[in-house]
Design a protein around this ligand. Structure first.
Ligand SMILES: *Cc1c(COP(=O)(O)O)cnc(C)c1O
Length: 240
């Protein structure tokens, strides 16, 4: 299932440990694709060589959590990578990723959406985002509650957002072994997603981002269309 990879990357000979083989990676990705689920490879705190390897397997969607790290990687890696920002984004850092980011998953407050909208208008682009909903039991996780979500998705407010396109919702389930609890939380998010898809605010929704290494099979069963998987592909996170 796994092995040590040796190869030439960016002109340097490199050896590193990669838990997932090409065969297993493509098998997982294609299996998800057949169910209509896009795999985002979460490469935070992984080397550019490891990203390059999956790139050579034909993968283009990568997820990062930290602005500085993303900027460093984006600069040296191929320009056709679709960078997903999945971390907690500070308003004052939006401008750095706005020109190239493919999808911002974690919009968890109105203030951040306003900031992204401003950056989008300035660049004359609609920056694509997901609204992050708090579905876990832990207080520590970020996300909008249902009331805050409803406020953002009110037609009066939405018509002012010409620099963003809201493509759907994102959520993180509780960190627990209780699969019923996880299923319940993902199910809640899917219900909200379906609810808003029937309204004018959500009629363009096409993306429900839920599921990580430990819970993606449950998420897919509950209706996810995008999973964010890191350690299962890359192993333990190390450095940059
Ligand atoms: C780190 C991270 C992931 C990936 O986690 P793994 O357990 O390594 O698959 C997914 N989503 C978010 C928001 C993350 O921060």
């Amino acid at each position: 299932m796994s092995g040590t990879i040796t190869g030439l990357f960016s002109g340097r000979l490199f050896t590193f440990y990669m838990p997932v083989t090409k065969e297993h990676f493509l098998e997982l990705r294609n299996k998800l694709a057949r169910e209509g689920v896009l795999l985002v490879a979460v490469s935070k705190m992984q080397s550019t060589e490891a990203i390059q390897l999956l790139y050579e397997y034909g993968h283009r969607d990568f997820g990062e959590n930290y602005v500085q790290e993303l900027l460093q990687k984006q600069e040296v890696l191929p320009p056709d990578i679709r960078w997903h920002f999945i971390g907690h984004l500070q308003s004052n850092k939006v401008k750095y990723i706005a020109p190239f980011v493919y999808l911002i998953h974690g919009v968890d407050r109105l203030k951040l959406l306003i900031e992204i909208n401003k950056a989008g208008n300035k660049l004359d682009r609609r920056i694509e985002v997901l609204l992050q909903v708090h579905i876990a039991q832990e207080e520590t996780k970020f996300g909008l509650n249902e009331k805050e979500l409803a406020e953002i998705l009110s037609p009066e407010l939405l018509s002012r957002f010409t620099g963003v396109r809201i493509r759907g919702l994102m959520g993180m389930a509780s960190l627990t072994d209780d699969s019923n609890q996880i299923r319940k939380e993902f199910g809640m998010l899917k219900n909200l997603f379906d609810h808003y898809r029937k309204t004018s605010a959500g009629k363009g929704f096409d993306t429900l981002s839920m599921g990580m290494s430990g819970d993606y099979t449950l998420a897919v069963e509950e209706g996810s269309s995008m999973v964010r998987i890191g350690s299962l592909l890359f192993g333990q996170r190390s450095i940059v």
